[in-house]
Write a protein that binds this ligand. Structure first.
Ligand SMILES: [Zn+2]
Length: 245
């Protein structure tokens, strides 16, 4: 199995666990993983995490760090490659979609105008959009090149602490103290907004996980499983903390 197919399968499995273990409900939450230096894979918008299939997962280009935030374009399956020679427009070009930079319409004119010679992959447009929290995931990957997975969920006990504002002490349990460290706090900002994306990325520069006020939690990891375990431990810590009061 190629790396992308393996990662799609892993995201589907982790998403199913999130739903089955009630760390998210309905269509809530989102899961992403770094595919390579330039791309991430992320769960689609509006899908229940318990019933995802591998083709539902969306591939997204990570923007350059200094480029302004914008709504990223999802890339579908690669449908073909076109060879072009400098300013010569290739013949019989009927494929349309987005190029690898996530730009729309690899048109005859665009290829014809390109001064470079080479082979350009073309991706089919896809109907399902990426998660509405994609800007938040991208901001974290930009801020933390060492991170390869990001999970956003609404675990009920951890979310209760995010709603109440009560302190959640990571030192209460040895595992969270050892493996996760302090839990960052992000103030309430509109879900899906660029401001939330920037605030989460800032907090996660110095934390491995955080609570989003009146919203939920975000965990990171060097692997999907690490980010998932971190979320489970956070929820367990919150449950024990609430019960021990
Ligand atoms: Zn959420």
């Amino acid at each position: 199995m190629n790396p992308e197919a393996e990662l799609r399968r892993a995201i589907v499995e982790i998403s199913r666990l999130l739903y089955e273990r009630k760390l998210v409900v309905a269509t809530d939450g989102n899961v992403s993983a770094r595919l390579d230096r330039k791309h991430i894979l992320i769960t689609p918008s509006g899908f229940c995490k318990g019933f995802l299939r591998e083709p539902d997962i969306v591939r997204i280009v990570i923007p350059e760090t200094d480029s302004p935030p914008r709504t990223p374009r999802p890339l579908g399956k690669e449908v073909g490659r076109v060879h072009h020679q400098g300013t010569k427009t290739p013949r019989n070009l009927h494929l349309e979609g987005w190029d690898a930079a996530g730009e729309p319409g690899l048109s005859r004119a665009k290829i014809g105008d390109s001064p470079q010679t080479g082979t350009v992959p073309i991706f089919a447009p896809i109907s399902a959009g990426a998660s509405s929290e994609t800007p938040m995931h991208l901001a974290v990957y930009q801020a933390r090149p060492d991170i390869a997975a990001v999970i956003h969920a609404h675990p009920p006990y951890a979310t209760s602490f995010a709603v109440s504002g009560h302190k959640l002490n990571h030192k209460l349990l040895p595992e969270t103290h050892l493996f996760d460290g302090p839990i960052g706090r992000v103030p309430f900002l509109k879900a899906g907004s660029t401001r939330l994306a920037q605030a989460v990325a800032l907090v996660l520069k110095s934390h491995r996980l955080c609570l989003l006020a009146r919203h939920g939690a975000v965990t990171t990891g060097k692997t999907l499983l690490e980010a998932y375990y971190r979320l489970e431990r956070l929820e367990f810590l919150a449950q024990v903390s609430a019960t021990a009061r």
